[in-house]
Ligand binder design. Structure first.
Ligand code: IPM
Ligand code: MN
Length: 353
């Protein structure tokens, strides 16, 4: 029997996760589900945001379904929340060797009117897949604060070796091939040496994928283009820090952070699946959070970790149908739509499966 490690975490994590697990139950696929603590929830019990018990659980599972971690900003200096996101998420990525992160940004047709962009900018639709390198760059180089000549100084080292870049670039090309054969590699090669190496390696690998057109774009230009003309993009591959920023910009296009799932993979194909949004403590435990991103993360898990394409599509279609029926959680609600709770929205999805 395949085992799924479920890490619900903090804030809205547990409530949207329990909705995703209702959907999983309804599909009756016979997985073994085991829960582990992470983030502030883990700190309460273990005084650690990522305890060994949770690491063991993940390493002995076939996939990880992750919720969200982190507490209210006003409490961020309390030990329970101090560096909670970095301690849990970055340690988890390292422990599971999750090299790449796939972040889709797609528009649901029935939600076009809630996108912050003007209709004429998105009438051609938006369907972007961002591949973000996840274990290198300025995130994992040395971080330091010190005094020099009486001044406070800080440095963060951005470092890439060619193997890290190759993994991400290959994932970019493979993803583009499964989509529209259009890959944009995003860097800052006019300034940074890590980017120059990135671009060189992308150009070296390109001939292995003759079907795919490779284009390079500077990250500042990309940030502008993704707002001005999102339809031009299909697949984007980029470094850790740029991917963090560009994917947040792209995730604003659908109109709510509660809509977007994401998937992270090791070189061996082990997968962790999580909503792109955060723990949203301000709306936790009110039965108003949008469970869509968590339920779509479940669909990605079925698709990529368990090759259950039919069931993944079943979930995605049920969500589209639920939206077409006018059901809306508060974050995506407008005028004449039917405002429903987290649980009722999920019930409608399950009825539409
Ligand atoms: C993300 C988050 C994390 C990141 C933080 C919480 C460490 O912003 O998953 O995008 O920067 O990678
Ligand atoms: Mn981020």
């Amino acid at each position: 029997m395949k085992k799924i490690a479920v890490l619900s975490g903090d804030g809205i994590g547990p409530e949207v996760m329990s909705q995703a697990l209702r959907v999983l139950d309804a599909l009756d696929l016979g997985f073994k589900v085991e829960h582990g603590l992470i983030g502030g929830a883990a700190y309460d019990k273990y005084k650690s945001h990522f305890p060994d018990e949770t690491r063991e659980l993940c390493l002995t599972s076939d996939a990880v379904l992750f919720g969200s971690v982190g507490g209210p900003i006003v409490d961020s200096q309390l030990p329970k929340w101090h560096r909670c996101e970095a301690n849990s998420i970055l340690a988890l990525r390292k422990a599971l060797k999750l090299n790449v992160n796939l972040r889709p940004a797609t528009l649901f047709k029935s939600l076009i009117s809630i996108s912050p962009l003007k209709p004429e900018l998105i009438e051609q639709g938006v369907d972007i897949m961002i591949i973000r390198e996840l274990l290198g760059d300025i995130y994992f180089g040395e971080h330091k604060q010190f005094i020099e000549n009486g001044l406070r100084v800080a440095t963060d080292v951005a470092r890439y070796d060619e193997d890290q870049i190759k993994i991400a670039i290959h994932q970019g090309f493979k993803t583009a091939m499964a989509r529209n054969n259009k890959l944009v590699s995003v860097d800052k090669a006019n300034v940074l040496d890590t980017s120059k190496l990135w671009r060189t390696i992308a150009n070296e690998i390109a001939p292995e994928y003759p079907e795919v057109t490779l284009e390079h774009m500077l990250v500042d230009n990309c940030a502008m283009q993704i707002i001005l003309n999102p339809a031009q993009f299909d697949t984007i591959v980029t470094a850790n820090l740029f991917g963090d920023i560009i994917s947040d910009a792209a995730s604003a296009l659908p109109g709510s952070l509660g809509l977007m799932p994401s998937a992270s993979f090791s070189a061996e194909g082990f997968g962790l699946y999580e909503p792109s949004g955060g723990s949203a403590p301000d709306i936790a435990n009110k039965d108003i959070a949008n469970p869509t991103a968590q339920i779509l993360s479940l669909a990605l898990m079925l698709r990529y970790s368990f090759k259950l394409e039919k069931q993944a599509q079943q979930i995605e279609k049920a969500i589209i149908k639920t939206l077409e029926q006018g059901m809306r959680t508060r974050d995506i609600h407008q005028h004449n739509d039917t405002l429903v709770s987290t649980q009722k929205f999920t019930t409608a999805i399950i009825n539409n499966l």
